[in-house]
Every structure is written in C-alpha cells, then in structure tokens.
Design a protein around this ligand. Structure first.
Ligand SMILES: [Zn+2]
Length: 356
C-alpha cells in the first residue's frame, strides 16, 4: 500500500511517500497475519496533523520500527473487522481515536485509558493514518455523527486528538466553571483552539494570545472575550489589568519554556495551571515558594479516556465542537502540510487528503 513514512528521524527531509506491506486485512492468512479478533482495518480518507507529528519526524526517545508510517489523526471507511468486532461493520464511516491503550491494565480497568501502562499513539508508537490502511482496536473508532451540514472527511479527521486533549484539560482536569476566567496561549494551535471553544461552552470568560493579529481577530469571531498579542503586549500585565489585579483562575499551557513563568504570573491565588505540552521546550523554572504561598495547582494531562471520547463525539453529534480546518493538502503534498504546521502559519487543523 501507499503510505507516508520516515526511514530515519531528523527532520522533514526524512518524509517520503513509499510502498509498504499491507497490514492484516480481510484476506490475510490465519495466524500472525490475520486481523486481531477485536481489531478493525480502516481505509483513511483524510489524516490531520498535530505538533506530535513534527516531533515524531524530528525524533522522539522511543524505539522506532522503520519504515515508520506517520499520522496520528484520521477518519475513513471501515474496510475489514476481526471475528469478535460488534460495534462497526465494513463500510461504516468512522473517526479514529489515536490513543491506543492495552485495555487490560489496572488504569484501563478503572476507565482511565490515557493513563494506561502501555499507552501509545498512532503515528508515534504504532503505524499511523497517512496510509491506505490502518489497523486499530474497535474501541478506537467512532461512527461519524450525522449532522444537518455533514462533516467533511477533513473535518472528521481533524476532530479526535485535539478535541479529546482539550476536553480533558478544561473539563476533567481544570474543571473550569461558568464565570471563571481562562488564559489560553497560542490560539493558532489545535489544542488551544479546541480549549477556547470548550471553555466558552462551559461559560467561562476566555483570554487568548497569539503573535499574529489575524489569528486574534479569528479567535474573537470564535468567541474569545479578550485577545492579546504576546509579541507586542506584556501578557501578565494585561491579565492583571483585566482581572482587577487578581489574575485568572485557569491557565491552559502547551508551550512550556517560553511561557511558563509568565503563565504563573497570570494565575490568581488558588489558581490552576493545566499543561499538555512543551512545544518550546520542557525544562521550566519553578519557584516552589510561589506555588505553596499562592496555593497553585499544577496539573498534567495527556489525551483522554474512553468516557471523555464518547462525550465529545456525542457533543459533535449535537452540533458542538465542529473542528476548524485550516487547509487541506492532497496526499502527494503531505510534506507541504508539515511545513505549514512547522512554520505555525495555521489557524485550525492542517489536513492531508489520503484518498480523494
Ligand atoms: Zn492499560
């Protein structure tokens, strides 16, 4: 099958379109080559990019099996199902939840799949979605909801990773409430944009930042109450001025080194900081005295569990949380899609059309 792969890490020059062996499918031989009893094979129609995909190509500290098929997010048509699969059938149109747990450890049994001892993500630890076929556990696909304006394939592909991540951060972890003020850094990014919409959904007042005024204008159209240009404005001073010198209840972080100290300066006494990423670097400075004196809560979050995924899919079916697609590239131009993401030009999701 055709797939975008890397044969070594190092950067976008490593990306290449290549022929690789098909994964197990309907006509696979019994035994090792057969589709697992609870696995489904999906033919992706579109794959959406995340910052994770850039990190995978640059090189992450886990073992790769080359050629490594890239792409975490995707949506497509079920092509084959294992013998015990009951929730979907060939021909079903599905979105893929790219977080793959073992569904058996103590965390999985407790319903916390994203805390799984052997948690992995498509396109990072497992063969990804930028291919003619991808194989996942049946629990990792959801039928695409029917909407009055049907979701396009790029929209469906763009949904899972960032919406799930932002939902867990804002709703489950930070427990943002109506009337609270939330600061979200870097509104062009997919998680930040999803966090903005979720925070508005629960009734919060939302302050967003970007270095790009056009993105800030778009964020206002999407419901942001206040926008700050973090290149031309001092964010913590502005936040203090906007909150009667108190600061915000919640900061949504995924930037890391470049924003961390400023994030803490923006936080109200008793405030919560939730982080899911470190796009500018992971080694932050933390003055513990500030943490205990101000009763700060700092919490980590990655992806989300099965219950949270079911909830965001349900909300999508009600017309909420519809993904925002920045640009769609044909499969042959996948590298250009990566470059757009690497330059941070996007507002919303950068998507690759796998099958027209
Ligand atoms: Zn587990």
């Amino acid at each position: 099958m055709r797939a975008w792969v890397i044969r070594a890490t190092g950067g976008l020059d490593q990306l290449q379109q290549s022929d690789v062996p098909d994964p197990p499918g309907p006509s696979g031989p019994p035994g090792a080559g057969a589709l697992g009893p609870r696995h489904v094979r999906v033919a992706p129609r579109a794959a959406a990019l995340n910052h994770l995909d850039l990190f995978v190509v640059r090189g992450l500290p886990h073992e790769y099996r080359f050629p490594h098929i890239v792409g975490a997010d995707g949506a497509g048509v079920v092509d084959a199902v294992g013998a015990e699969v009951g929730s979907v059938r060939p021909g079903d149109r599905v979105m893929i939840n790219p977080g793959i747990p073992d569904y058996s450890c103590e965390y999985c049994r407790a319903g916390e799949q994203s805390l799984c001892r052997s948690y992995g993500i498509l396109g990072e630890h497992f063969p990804g979605t930028m291919a003619q076929y991808v194989v996942v556990p049946e629990q990792n696909v959801a039928i695409i909801p029917t909407l009055s304006t049907p979701l396009t394939w790029p929209e469906a592909a763009a949904f899972s990773l960032v919406t799930l991540t932002a939902w867990r951060m804002v709703v489950t972890r930070a427990q943002v409430k109506a009337g609270e003020t939330v600061l979200i850094w870097g509104i062009g990014g997919g998680v930040s944009l999803a966090a903005l919409r979720i925070a508005k959904l629960v009734g919060a007042r939302v302050i967003v930042t970007s270095s790009n005024d056009a993105k800030l204008a778009a964020a206002r159209r999407l419901g942001a109450d206040v926008t700050l240009n973090h290149h031309t404005q001092n964010v913590s001073q502005e936040v203090r001025a906007l909150t009667q010198k108190r600061g915000v209840e919640v900061v949504v972080e995924n930037v890391g080194e470049a924003t961390w100290e400023e994030s803490l300066r923006c936080l109200k006494r008793g405030g919560r900081l939730v982080t899911c990423g470190a796009t500018s670097g992971p080694d932050v400075r933390l003055d513990l005295r500030r943490v205990f004196w101000h009763h700060y809560t700092i919490m980590g979050s990655t992806m989300g569990n099965a219950r949270e995924y079911a909830e965001i899919v349900r909300r999508l079916g009600e017309g909420q949380l519809r993904p925002i697609v920045d640009r769609v590239y044909p499969l042959a131009e996948a590298r250009a899609a990566y470059e757009r993401l690497a330059k941070g030009e996007q507002l919303g999701k950068v998507v690759v059309e796998v099958t027209p």
